[in-house]
Design a protein around this ligand. Structure first.
Ligand code: HEM
Length: 402
């Protein structure tokens, strides 16, 4: 039996909730009073909010009913036309995912680890000690941009173009304004043209382990039209950049808030591997993924109708006390940290998850090796949107433990 729609129609797409870091009590109330509830009106139209861990897993386990397809509006609250494999259903999703997946397998990751560790260490050695600087720009952006350049085998001196395209691609808000959208599309077309030259060069060479080569030489992705090339490039650039960037910034905010956890790591650096998933849970770099319901169905006692927009709030599921006791607290050795939903669940679960965790782990390990402690020295500047959950800037000061 289904109960009437609960009276909680809170619009959690409101950017101010994230800009002002006020989302916690709002989602806590929803989880308790109306875990599956419909917001009748928002700038994005009506939508359902799914706020509990178990309900999100149940939805992601039924991709035939809860579609990711861009043909229905895709995977964000905004209906984006980006034709990429995160926003496709089977069979095409699987065909394209299988092309890039080997780039994130244990062999390739092991190969990349050495160079990521070395570059991380080199970057840390350039940072000022006992002087304020912006952690986001100097560390998080630079490290994740470097990693993308390694993944794509991208011309090193041009790598900040990847940062720029990531920001443009992740800027959902500008798709509402025709003038801003035209500018966005212009930048994205530049990106695709730039990559087309790289694809041509890789096609002329034997296959190698980087993403551009893998795509260029594959049957499923070797011959994509312009829109699909653009869509998949945005996916790989935004997917690998903003998310890991905000994990690296979130880590500093979390350790500043729970300094005893950093002390525990300094005392036992071997815990860094376990701390990485806990940081990614705590930060939840993507607040949501969206699905479109294809057939009337029931979730958490509510009837969701065909055509309805369904928002899976990972940011809420990762604070679900049924799964994570003291969920707000960062606990570096939390036994079930890996049950977090920051990477999603099911057939679309993040293909770069292991690589992202490794980067966070290597950053922590290299900081610990240098006995660095980071103190946040001013208010973080939070990104004002409900998809990417992160920081535009974060003033910090580093000190060294004796
Ligand atoms: C902490 C860092 C990261 C987070 C939080 C994250 C989060 C996510 C989420 C939530 C999904 C969708 C899951 C779903 O719908 O169930 C996803 C998919 C994906 N991610 Fe990540 N991601 C991260 C790092 C990366 C990296 C480093 C890459 C690689 C460059 C990457 C590439 C992708 C791709 C290609 C997909 C689409 C997978 C599919 O649809 O089958 N991500 N990610």
């Amino acid at each position: 039996m289904t109960s009437p729609t609960p009276p909680l129609g809170i619009d959690v797409t409101d950017p101010a909730l994230y800009a002002e870091d006020r989302w916690r009590p709002v989602f806590a109330q929803m989880r308790t009073e109306a875990p599956v509830n419909r917001c009748p009106e928002s700038p994005f139209g009506p939508y359902w909010s799914i706020t509990r861990h178990a309900d999100i897993q149940a939805i992601e386990a039924r991709p035939d009913i809860f579609s990711s397809s861009y043909e229905h509006g895709g995977i964000t609250i905004a209906d984006l036309p980006d034709a990429n494999f995160i926003a496709m259903d089977r069979p095409k999703h699987g065909e394209q995912r299988r092309v890039v997946a080997p780039a994130f397998g244990p062999g390739e990751i092991g190969r990349m680890a050495t160079s990521i560790r070395q570059r991380t260490g080199e970057l840390l050695d350039t940072l000022p000690i006992d002087a304020e600087f912006d952690w986001v720009d100097r560390v998080s952006v630079e490290l994740t941009t470097q990693m993308l350049a390694i993944l794509f085998d991208f011309p090193w001196e041009d790598r900040r173009k990847l940062t720029f395209w990531s920001d443009v691609g992740g800027d959902i808000a500008s798709t509402f304004d025709p003038a801003a959208n035209a500018i966005r599309n212009g930048h994205l077309a530049d990106m695709t043209h730039y990559f087309d030259a790289l694809f041509a060069a890789k096609r002329a060479l034997p296959p190698s382990g980087d993403l551009v080569s893998m795509m260029a030489h594959s049957a499923a992705m070797g011959d994509m039209d312009f829109a699909e090339r653009t869509g998949n490039l945005i996916l790989l650039i935004v997917g690998g950049n903003d998310t890991t960037r905000n994990s690296m910034s979130g880590a500093m905010v979390a350790f500043d808030r729970y300094p005893e956890q950093w002390q525990a790591l300094l005392a036992n650096p071997g815990l860094a591997a376990g701390a990485a998933p806990e940081i990614i849970r705590w930060q939840t770099p993507l607040a949501h993924m969206r699905r479109t319901c294809l057939a009337d169905t029931e979730v958490g006692g509510q009837t969701i109708r065909a055509g309805d927009k369904v928002m899976m709030w990972y940011i809420s599921a990762n604070r679900d006390e049924h799964v994570f006791p003291d969920a707000e607290q960062l606990i570096i050795d939390r036994p079930n940290a890996r049950r977090h939903l920051s990477f999603g669940f099911g057939v679309h679960r993040c293909v770069g998850a292991r690589l992202a965790e490794m980067q966070v782990q290597l950053l922590l390990e290299e900081m610990l090796a240098r006995r660095m402690t980071v103190q946040v020295t001013g208010a973080p500047d939070h990104v004002a949107q409900c998809f990417t959950h992160g920081y535009a800037s974060l003033p910090v000061r580093i000190s060294r433990a004796g």
